[in-house]
Design a protein around this ligand. Structure first.
Ligand code: NA7
Length: 541
């Protein structure tokens, strides 16, 4: 780059800077362009896709139906794109997001290999100064985070990780070049949704696979399948109904909670319903189950018992089956991993399960892993050890608002936001899928939130308003409401990324409410009301 160009860039002012070119960032860019704004997206990676750019690990795929996950905003796009599988793998999804980026000519406003490391609000100019890792600085009126909820990967704090001489990798940072497992001794640490997918795939070809499990999971079958031309035509014809249904459900999935309670129906009816759900594709067993399984301990114990029986049927060695059945949390109180033959993996002669609650890992050695009872030698160690979820990606950027206040400090005892979109004390900062927004079928919520953000910016531009901020009272009220909405939900009593726990990160050992649990329809209703009343609940100047 010529020096003059570099200087020009250093001083360039944007109307909006978006951090991240994943599902949220791409759509937000497209929307802001419609307003005619000067927008720049900064993306750490060398390509678009976010989650679907980074997570190339073996077996990475959707647990959402592909045709409910794609963007809904463009009829043309819906007509042009054919999904290959009901639950697309990472390569297909990455191809899709690249197709979207090309179709809408998004790349010309995306700056790749550009990690944002700091953002400081300047009151004098009502703008943000954004600093990249390579030292370049930019200014912008609006700063929009599209950093994802599971993008700050965390390595385990096991001594010796850096000493291993073989190949090792966190699943999130999986290399673009294929990794071969034939004849290799492979270890996987971690059995969350990622570990479950990785283990199932690696076990197919590894010489030997050893799984180091700390907490087993209540996994349920994915039942993936190919989508033929006729089926894709039928899906396409149904898109209006499909998206309308997603709008009505709690998590924006096609699966809606069954209005019955597990404890109201006869044991036979209950069992038959669960058998049906277990045999059907996708999250029905979690999101389309009886209304009480995630709030009532008895109902939860019954569904947990049902799934435990399934695990015992599928795993031949009863001792191994017992190790694979969770004992410290009930079904659905952590994110349910969907699997395609996961439990059967443990019937293979080339797979061994190590329960590290019995024999803890002491260290990683140059040749493998040492537990309390023996040393293992490996060629490859895979860390499927998860993320500093929801606030982690924010914590990794040095964000300062009015008077130099740090966002990380503000959120040290848990996030405080208005609608998961704005933060008091941080004017002109807007978050797409920030903390205390609802989780679920991500793109459905992304489209709504990015539209809401765009409408707010349009409203401000039309009125020459240059400072948008949540009020402290508004943020307190939303935070209280988020906490209230989670009361009685069994997941709040369990350690997981959904309650902000990550034992590998300092300060993330206390359970917190990290997301809005009132459901997407309620979330949208509240956001719609704020907009309909001319954003009077915000401080605008
Ligand atoms: P998760 O669900 O947070 O799983 C991480 C796994 O790694 C989990 O089994 C952890 O055990 C384990 N872990 C983490 N640190 C260690 C150490 N130090 N030693 C041993 N085991 C460890 O992350 P995923 O990537 O699987 O899934 C994240 C989300 O991405 C997923 O829910 C989907 O929505 C997509 P633990 O359970 O903490 O005992």
């Amino acid at each position: 780059m010529a020096a003059s160009q570099a200087i020009a860039e250093t001083t360039a002012g944007f109307d909006a800077i978006v951090i991240g070119a994943g599902v949220s960032g791409l759509y937000q860019l497209h929307k802001l362009r419609e307003l005619g704004l000067k927008v720049r997206v900064f993306e750490t990676g060398t390509g678009v896709g976010g989650t679907w750019y980074w997570n190339r690990y073996p077996g990475a795929r959707f647990d959402s139906e592909s045709w409910t996950y794609g963007y809904s905003f463009s009829q043309e796009l819906l007509e042009e794109w054919d999904w290959d599988e009901h639950f697309a793998g990472q390569p297909e999804t990455e191809r899709y997001l690249n197709y979207v980026a090309d179709k809408f000519d998004l790349r010309r406003d995306i700056q790749f290999k550009s990690r944002v490391i700091a953002a400081h609000y300047r009151e004098e100019t009502r703008s943000w100064e954004v600093l990249l890792e390579d030292g370049r600085r930019y200014t912008t009126r609006f700063l929009i985070t599209a950093v994802g909820v599971l993008s700050a990967a965390t390595m385990p704090t096991i001594p010796g990780v850096e000493r291993f001489h073989g190949q090792s990798c966190h699943t999130h940072y999986w290399p673009k070049e294929p990794v071969r497992f034939e004849g290799k001794r492979v270890a996987v640490i971690g059995t969350g949704a990622t570990g479950v997918q990785t283990i199932t795939e690696v076990a197919k070809t590894a010489g030997h696979l050893t799984v180091f499990q700390r907490t087993p999971q209540w996994c349920a079958p994915l039942h993936n399948g190919k989508i033929g031309n006729d089926e894709m035509s039928r899906i396409r014809a149904n898109f209006p109904e499909i998206f309308a249904r997603c709008q009505e459900t709690y998590g924006c999935f096609i699966h809606a909670t069954d209005p019955r309670a597990a404890l109201e129906v006869s044991p036979e009816e209950r069992e038959a319903f669960w058998e049906k759900l277990y045999s059907e594709p996708g999250f029905g067993i979690w999101m389309g189950n009886f209304r009480d399984i995630l709030v009532d301990r008895k109902a939860n114990a019954l569904i947990s018992d049902f799934i435990a029986r399934k695990i015992r049927q599928r795993v031949k060695d009863p001792a191994v089956a017992e190790k694979l059945i969770p004992k410290n949390h009930g079904f659905g109180t952590r994110r349910v991993p969907l699997e395609s033959g996961y439990f059967e993996v443990y019937n293979q002669p080339n797979v061994k399960l190590v329960d590290i609650t019995e024999t803890p890992i002491e260290c990683i050695t140059p040749t493998g892993i040492k537990t309390s009872d023996r040393e293992y030698e490996f060629d490859i160690i895979i860390y499927a050890t998860g993320f500093d979820a929801i606030t982690g990606a924010f914590d990794r950027i040095d964000i300062h608002g009015v008077g130099g206040a740090s966002l990380k400090d503000k959120w040290k005892d848990g996030p405080q936001t208005f609608l998961g979109i704005l933060v008091d004390g941080f004017p002109n900062l807007l978050m797409v899928m920030g903390p205390h927004a609802g989780l679920g079928n991500f793109p459905r919520a992304v489209e709504y939130t990015a539209d809401w953000v765009t409408d707010l910016i349009r409203f401000s531009c039309e009125r020459d308003l240059t400072r948008i901020e949540a009020t402290a009272a508004g943020a307190i009220a939303w935070t209280d409401h988020v906490i209230e909405a989670s009361e009685g939900l069994l997941f709040t009593e369990i350690d997981s990324w959904m309650t902000g726990i990550n034992r590998n990160v300092e300060g993330k050992q206390v359970r917190r409410i990290m997301r809005y649990s009132g459901g997407h329809p309620a979330f949208r209703k509240r956001c719609d009301a704020v907009a309909a009343e001319g954003y009077r609940e915000l401080s605008l100047a």
